[in-house]
Design a protein. Structure first.
Length: 444
């Protein structure tokens, strides 16, 4: 691991991701976590009076923006460093608790090495469905919960809301506690859905998450087909192709999470290669996944009428995603990573491969995890592309990622917060994680 204040990357091919092109044979100067200069190699003399500048001859390698995973479930503090070892410098956690707020600040302050974390608050859902299969223990004991949650069963990561009043309280708690987004789930009705949207507007916080049954064409008897109040819609398995005009009408971002479909419903989980990767992980992590997997899977495979999860297959999902792009809709990459055997960090690379498999180009695929993701999170003024003035959150690859996405899977180095991690450094992070105790991993 190389820590630096100033670094010059020489003779590197820059993949800016502002459009589909490459700037060949460039010098890139990084100082104080910021890209200060990009220009043709050997055309500028860089002075280093204090002899503190690191000079790296990239020998024709490629430099692109680092990656984002916009749908994860961070289960332990250790996940953040492992995500970084896969070239992921930002994640969006989708089931927030107090520990996620703590880890978020530790990374921002430099106390913890790892990716940045944005996080939703607790999942807001109808009372019977989500809670019934997760069987969380009640943790309704914090001051904010007592103030904002009278009459609401607040459990670990879940805020059941059967009425509009309960829904509004859940949104107010999410904002007051300091979470970044409100997350909704499948089993809410139209009155609750509208209450969440109205309160979120009052609180200036955006609504993301699942596509509720009540606004889908799949179950039109559950509610009208009109209004949609979401900033993003997750899980293409819950989206009918006929719903796409509704999504585009409000410019909702689509987060397909094809990795879930690949691992659990298309045979990847049972494959020898995937099982080998699992066998090499930390045993405490595997135990935490095993505890929730069976119940979680049963809830989706044997869902009751009104819980809209329909397994239509990759061909259909590809058609939905490509159609949305054709309509001008935007895709972001998320995976459900770090939960239920969707391996931390690795699941994003699996997701990108799935996009190639349904016919997206490498450029379209990388957009979902770079520029699009930063625009979605509101960080596009500071990252998501390789440009002068932006933060140096970068991946160095041996080959051209616009020709072969596998170059990104086996990147040579990742740069974040004035730290460069080589491939060996990243391998060491994962190996170290394997041997940590449960206490050292600091589970949520």
């Amino acid at each position: 691991m190389l820590k630096f204040n100033k670094m010059l990357l020489r003779h590197v091919n820059v993949v800016p991701m502002d459009k589909e092109h490459i700037l060949y044979d460039q010098d890139v100067l990084i100082e104080d976590e910021t890209i200060r200069f990009i220009g043709p190699s050997d055309t500028v003399a860089f002075h280093d009076e204090g002899h503190t500048m690191e000079i790296v001859d990239c020998e024709g390698r490629y430099l692109m923006p680092s990656l984002h995973d916009c749908h994860v479930h961070v289960g332990c503090g250790d996940d953040l460093e492992v995500f970084l070892s896969y070239g992921i410098t930002t994640v969006l956690n989708m089931m927030g608790a107090a520990s996620h707020l703590k880890w978020r600040e530790e990374v921002r302050s430099g106390k913890r090495l790892g990716c940045d974390i944005f996080t939703s608050g607790p999942i807001i859902d109808g009372v019977p469905y989500y809670v019934s299969f997760m069987e969380f223990e009640n943790s309704h004991d914090g001051p904010l919960e007592k103030e904002l949650y009278p009459g609401v069963l607040y459990q670990q990561g879940v805020a059941p809301a059967a009425t509009p009043d309960e829904a509004r309280r859940a949104v107010r708690y999410t904002k007051a506690a300091g979470f970044d987004f409100v997350k909704i789930y499948n089993n809410i009705g139209i009155p609750v859905y509208r209450a969440i949207a109205e309160e979120a507007r009052l609180q200036s916080i955006r609504v993301i998450g699942h596509f509720p049954d009540c606004v889908s064409m799949d179950y039109p008897e559950l509610g009208p087909r009109g209004d949609l109040y979401q900033y993003s819609v997750d899980h293409v398995s819950s989206i009918n192709i006929g719903d796409l005009p509704k999504l585009k009408n409000v410019d909702a971002w689509m987060d397909p999470t094809l990795a879930v479909e690949s691992v659990f419903f298309d045979g990847t989980f049972e494959s020898p290669a995937y099982q080998k990767r699992i066998s090499e992980l930390n045993h405490s992590l595997i135990e935490s996944w095993e505890a929730g997997k069976d119940k979680h899977m049963a809830a989706y495979k044997e869902h009751p009428r009104g819980v809209k999860v329909i397994r239509r297959g990759t061909e259909y999902y590809g058609k939905v995603i490509r159609k949305y792009i054709e309509m001008g809709g935007k895709i972001i990459s998320g995976t459900d990573g770090a939960m239920d055997y969707l391996m931390t960090g690795y699941s994003l690379h699996l997701e990108l491969d799935q996009y190639i498999g349904i016919g997206l180009t490498p450029y379209e695929t990388l957009l979902t995890s770079t520029r699009n993701a930063s625009e979605f999170l509101g960080t596009n003024k500071s990252d998501g592309t390789v440009e002068t003035g932006k933060r140096a959150r970068l991946i160095l690859t041996d080959g051209d990622p616009l020709q072969d996405i596998s170059c990104v899977h086996e990147f040579a180095a990742v740069i974040k917060d004035n730290v460069m991690l080589t491939r060996k450094d990243c391998d060491n992070i994962r190996e170290k994680s394997v041997h940590k105790t449960k206490a050292e991993m600091e589970f949520a």
